[in-house]
Design a protein around this ligand. Structure first.
Ligand code: 3PG
Length: 243
């Protein structure tokens, strides 16, 4: 199984994480093809529907996508996701029990944090990449930039209320590892089997992300390591997913 660090490297390389809600596991294969054709072999399938474990299993079995589980609220769901083949776990908030279970299973864990207190709690659990949710209503790019002051070693995955129009504003920030969102995988399009729409929206997002990441890496080459892009161990590594 790929280690958490290599999964995080993949997530960073794409710069975007499609957050998927599938009503039926049968939608998974159409979704997979649309994501791959759109240039994004990565998906976070949320545990908001009962179809999640079967959908994750169907995507994971293909072997050509990196599949994670989202909206994971309990250690039991971590187990279910891992058994289905999820390679990373995303949580809306910071649950010590979820983080610990991910660590035991060697899974990349991206729990949510918004406030400085939550970010510090994440650091104390040995994490240095955190979801920032709900990104838009919690202050958007300005809030993330402000967190970059005291928390130079932390990278964020802003999610919630983000769309193509503001993708670049988030992804440009040095302390943003990737941007999550459902805008390229609308639930209604998936339910209607309109996978061509998903492919199109995905391709647009991939194009924007690639151009931001290209500029970012050119700037980083000139300026040296960017804050937030490399973990400076400020807490003991408890082996909790290595992120
Ligand atoms: C999430 O699960 O992270 C968010 O609900 C996705 O947010 P969005 O639908 O606003 O993109």
């Amino acid at each position: 199984m790929p280690d958490p660090e290599s999964i995080l490297t993949r997530v960073r390389a794409h710069g975007i994480v499609p957050v998927v809600v599938l009503d039926r596991a049968e939608q998974a294969l159409g979704l997979a093809q649309a994501l791959i054709d759109g240039g994004l072999p990565l998906a976070e399938v949320t545990f908001r529907t009962a179809a999640a474990p079967a959908a994750i299993a169907a995507l994971a079995e293909r072997g050509d996508l990196t599949v994670g589980a989202g909206t994971v609220l309990t250690p039991q769901q971590v187990d279910q996701a891992a058994q289905a083949g999820a390679r990373f776990i995303v949580s809306p908030g910071l649950s010590q029990a979820v983080v610990a279970r991910c660590g035991e299973l060697g899974l990349l864990c991206l729990p949510g944090a918004i406030t400085p207190t939550e970010v510090q709690a994440g650091l104390e659990l040995g994490l240095s990449t955190l979801k920032f949710f709900p990104a838009a209503s919690a202050g958007g790019p300005a809030a993330l930039a402000a967190l970059g002051g005291p928390f130079r070693q932390v990278a964020f995955v802003p999610t919630g209320g983000v769309g193509l129009a503001d993708l670049a504003d988030y992804l440009t920030l040095p302390n943003v590892a990737a941007v999550g969102g459902s805008w390229m995988v609308p639930r209604a399009a998936l339910a209607a089997g309109d996978f061509d729409r998903v492919r199109q929206l995905t391709a647009e997002a991939v194009q924007t992300a690639a151009s931001v990441l290209g500029r970012k890496s050119a700037a980083a080459d000139q300026a040296g390591p960017a804050p937030g892009c490399h973990a400076e161990p400020s807490a003991p590594d408890h082996g909790l997913g290595g992120n």
